[in-house]
Each structure stands twice: as structure tokens, then as C-alpha cells.
Design a protein. Sequence first.
Length: 390
Amino acid sequence: MVSPSLCAFDPSGSVLVLADGDDLLVHGGLEGEPRWARKLPARIVAVGAGGGSVITYDARGVLSWWSASGEVYASTTVGDEGIALATARDGQACAVVFPDRVVLVERGAASRTVRIAEATAAAFSFDGGRVAIGTASSRLEILTFAGEPIGTAVLEAGVRGLASSPRGTWYATSGDRVLRIGATGGDPHRLTRAGGFAPDCISVSDDGTLFAVRLDERTVIALGDPPGETVVQLVYPDRQATGIAFGAGRVLGVSLAGGDGNYVDIPNKELRRTDTFEHREHVRWLVQVGIHPEAAPPKPQASAPPPAAPPPRPLIASKPPVRQTPEPTPTPPSALRSWLIGGLSFLLLVVAVWWKVTSEERREKEERDRQTQEDIDRTVRDSVKKAMKK
């Protein structure tokens, strides 16, 4: 993409990656807790995350894989003129975009170069088997990871950003539009037009129902597909958005210049900020926020299992038919009457027991009352007798 995203969200939602100059800042997903930070030898051009790994591409042309504890466990040099980075969801493969080519790199294996003039953006399919590459000349090339062509599409303007959907389609920002393209190319479908803007960074939710774009350096929106009402709108009056990325479960990450970030928890209608690392200055900022989960399309329902196949029909035998056990017959009326009589008897028994217990309780109360009255009368008589003797 023309403006590489400095934000990456592990598909599991466990790690949010931000970059600020040569500082790599890794946070703990929606919790926002700082995990670890590292200073690289050169400016970070783009970041990625997947499979528990963090990936960086820096201005030296070095592509590095970082472990969950913040150690480099693999790296390779691919050239220092790259303008964008795409990573597969499992973090194993990357595509580094150059103005005249795309270098496809698999961790621990030899890289391959695909020559494509005016390349601007790239994205991996959800399964990692295909790569889409956009160009400034409005073309979209779809390849296998081995570099074999699959299909093409011609868009309305130069491609500024690319993303893939779990539905197998591609999303592109082109001119002032957001387009959807089929899995193997073909005619693009217009989703929305952002008049007066030039959207670039784009990301698609893991259920394929939402897409988010950066309209400009201060504005980020998310819409449903098919588009309807705006689901998310963020406007930063005094900060610059440097990237966006969806995590798991309709949570959107936004990176800001200066190394801060926001989480948009769409289902819970919450906007959170990343915590500040101890060695960095704590900064506050204003955001104009609109979060409308009710405007999001419903999540796709899991497909129901196919109905069970009927049991196989028995083969026709040459022997005389064997007598079959007769099928159960419906309950006869006499059995039904017996069941009703039994139920009624049980009910009468319960009523009788209740009546007996109630009667016994009433007699016991009357006996206690009578005994109490006799005690009172006896006490009165004794008192009268004593008074007369005096």
C-alpha cells in the first residue's frame, strides 16, 4: 500500500503491534498491557503479526521474525527500497512490496521475486495460498505463493491498499472508492465512495462482515458488507492515525503517531487506549467517537450439518420372507384410561394426605388453645381464693 500500516493485530487477538520510528511496541491484545519493546537499528517501515510471531521490515531492508518474548529468531535481507509489507495469518510467509517487484519470503526458506511494475500493495488470502498485488496503474494481479498467475482485475484507479476476506474475496482502496474483487479477479464491485478522501489502509474482520479504512490521517471508519450505516467512526483532532488492523471478534486496532493506539471493541461499544510503556511519555488525546454495533451485519451462522442419510434398504432375498417383529401399535384407549385413572388416584391420595395433615394440625392447635385457657382459669381461681382468705 502507498501508506504502509504501522499497526498489526495477531488473528488470535492476543497481540497488538505498533511502531514509532525505530521503536517496536508490543501490547497484549484487548487488555492493552505493554508486553515488550525493542529499539531497532533503523526506522520501521511496516509490521505484521500472526501465529504468535511479530514481523518487522525496516529501512535497512531486513525482514525479522520476533518471538512472543521479544527475541529475533529469524531474519533475512530483501532490499532497502520496500514500501509495504503483507503477512500470512500464520506468520510464516511475507510479501515485501517494491516499486518494480514483490519479494515472497517464507521463514526458513529461499525467497522468490515476482516482477510487477508499479507495485503498491499486497495481501495474502485467508488460507495463505494466494497473494494479491495491486499497482499504481489500476491492475490487480492474483498469484499462488509460488508466483504462478491465477487471475487479474482492472480497477478504477491506482491501488492504495489491499486486504482479504474469509469469504475468499479481496478488498481494495482505489481512488476514492472501496472495491470488492472476486477470488480469482474479474470485474470489481463498488462498495462505497468516500468523496473528498483518498482511503488507503484497509482491513477486514475475521467473520468477513466488516471492513475498516483510513480515510485520511485523522479519520478511520468501519462499515458492514453490504454497506449500510457506519459501524465505527473515529476522528482524531490532534493525532495522526498510522495504521489499522482487525483482531479477533470484531475488535479493531488503530495505531497513532507517537507509539500510542486505540482498541475499538465493537460488540461492547467501547473505545480503549493502550497503556504507556514505562520508558515512554504518557500522552492523552481526544477522539470523536461513534460506535454502533447494531449497524453491523449479523455474524454468519455456522452451516447446519446435512440431514442423516436414511438407513440402507435391505436386499431382496430369494428365501421365503422371515417374519418380522410387528411394529409398536398406538396406545389403546383402555391403556389411556388406566393412565388417567392412575394419575387421578395419585392426585386424590396427595389431597387426602394434605387434608389429614391439615386436620391433625387443626386438632393440635385446638388442644393447645384449650389447655392454655384452662391454665388461665386455674390461675384466676387461685388468685381469687388467696384474696378471700385475706
